[in-house]
Design a protein around this ligand. Structure first.
Ligand code: IPE
Ligand code: IPE
Ligand code: MG
Length: 261
């Protein structure tokens, strides 16, 4: 009986997914999607489980989301995995998250590589534990020439830190005489950020009901469309991503101008 109900449920989900897939305009898939992968802890707590199991379930969601983005032809997927503020958490949670990163990279690398995914990371990677740095270096090396989706992991990432680092780099270049102060503009600043060379995200998704940026991509989100969802990240399924993309495609983006009617 339970299996029958589960099957019916799965079939309904599949039907929803197929309907959404038909609604997606393949010519207007966002080039760059950013996600604040939030809600792992609450998801676990509600089930009476330790927060770590929420993070593990969240890694599984990431796997499915990366696969769908690849299938849809998204070019960049930037996922907030660990912020510069997340070091404030208890030491055992921080250690678990760092170990999970290494495990994720080692377990998923073959499949990611076979799907032509290029792995990249933004943030102060030099401050991560050496095991994490080594796993990242291996992933960059293996997938560096892939031409499909770029999976951009935001690790020890903070938007304010990124802008501060950009300012320091620009000031150093001015002091060395490489550029003049008058040459500083938004293009140069963009090129000095960790995301240099990437288009700004068109769509930002934050699951789990909180409505804030939490120091994510402060510069790059200037005209990004926000999609806030109450679904906890571990429960975020393919159809939720498709809903976000269909919703995005229905938005009118004006960039401060007017749309001709
Ligand atoms: C997001 O889930 C993962 C990280 C920040 C590393 P949380 O751990 O923030 O989960 P909640 O927000 O406490 O539910
Ligand atoms: C943002 O989530 C960081 C990541 C998802 C990695 P947080 O859970 O750290 O954000 P706050 O503390 O609720 O703003
Ligand atoms: Mg959170």
């Amino acid at each position: 009986m339970l299996r029958r109900i589960t099957n019916l449920f799965n079939r309904k989900e599949m039907a929803d997914e197929n309907m959404l897939l038909q609604s997606v305009d393949r010519n207007r898939i966002p080039k760059h999607i950013a996600i604040i992968m939030d809600g792992n802890g609450r998801w676990a707590r509600r089930r009476g489980m330790p927060r770590s199991l929420g993070h593990r379930a969240g890694a599984e969601t990431l796997r499915n989301v990366v696969k769908l983005c690849s299938e849809l032809g998204v070019q960049y997927l930037t996922c907030y995995a660990f912020s510069t503020e997340n070091w404030k958490r208890p030491q055992d949670e921080v250690s678990f998250l760092m170990d999970l990163l290494v495990e994720y990279l080692e377990k998923e690398i073959e499949e990611l590589h076979n799907n032509n995914v290029r792995i990249n990371a933004i943030g102060r990677l030099d401050e991560l534990p050496s095991q994490a740095q080594q796993a990242l270096a291996r992933a960059f090396h293996k997938t560096g020439n892939n031409t499909g989706l770029t999976l951009n992991l935001a690790l020890n990432y903070g938007g304010r830190r990124e802008i501060t680092d950009a300012v320091i780099e620009i000031v150093n270049r001015v002091n060395k005489g490489e550029i003049k102060c008058e040459e500083i503009n938004d293009v140069l600043i963009g090129q000095s950020l960790y995301t240099a060379g990437m288009p700004d995200p068109e769509l930002l998704i934050r699951p789990s009901g909180d409505c804030r940026i939490s120091n994510f991509l402060l510069w790059q989100l200037a005209y990004t469309e926000f999609w806030l969802s109450d679904v906890m990240w571990p429960d975020f399924q393919r159809q939720h991503l498709l809903e976000a993309i269909v919703g995005f495609q229905q938005r009118e983006r004006r960039f401060g101008g007017l749309i001709k009617k």
